[in-house]
Design a protein around this ligand. Structure first.
Ligand code: MN
Length: 133
């Protein structure tokens, strides 16, 4: 697995967990802990994919997503919303805001890897969790 993934997340435990899973699968992970920082890092680093927490300290993840999708240079980057809001219709809310995909917290390893791989067009995503490297 290869690819550069930006994770925008203000919760250190979630950040640590997701970083560990993605790095073990071979991805490069870059981080931002606030919405505006996430937009700035995305513009600077041009990641292959963005995981976007919805509840952030400054602008929320949906606003950050809208700003990224409004940029001709950045709109192509797939954005997967990551949210603890398990309310009915939340997925539709994220998609309507411009997110390309959706993951519910708590993040599950295989679901995370399968979703990321599907957006990066990698093959055999289900096997990533069983690699020994
Ligand atoms: Mn948060």
């Amino acid at each position: 697995m290869s690819g550069k993934i930006l994770y925008v997340e203000d919760n250190p435990q979630n950040m640590r967990l997701v970083r560990k899973i993605l790095m073990a699968a071979g991805y490069d992970v870059i981080e931002a802990t606030e919405g505006l920082m996430g937009v700035a890092v995305a513009a600077r680093e041009c990641p292959d994919l963005i995981l976007m927490d919805v509840n952030l300290p400054d602008i929320n993840g949906l606003e950050a997503t809208a700003r990224l999708k409004a940029s001709p240079q950045l709109a192509w980057i797939p954005i997967i919303a990551v949210t603890a809001n398990a309310m009915h219709g939340d997925r539709e809310h994220c998609i309507a805001a411009g997110c390309d995909g959706y993951l519910a917290k708590p993040v599950m390893k295989n679901e995370l890897l399968n979703t990321v791989a599907s957006f990066l067009n990698n093959s055999a995503p289900a096997r990533a969790g069983h690699r020994q490297s």
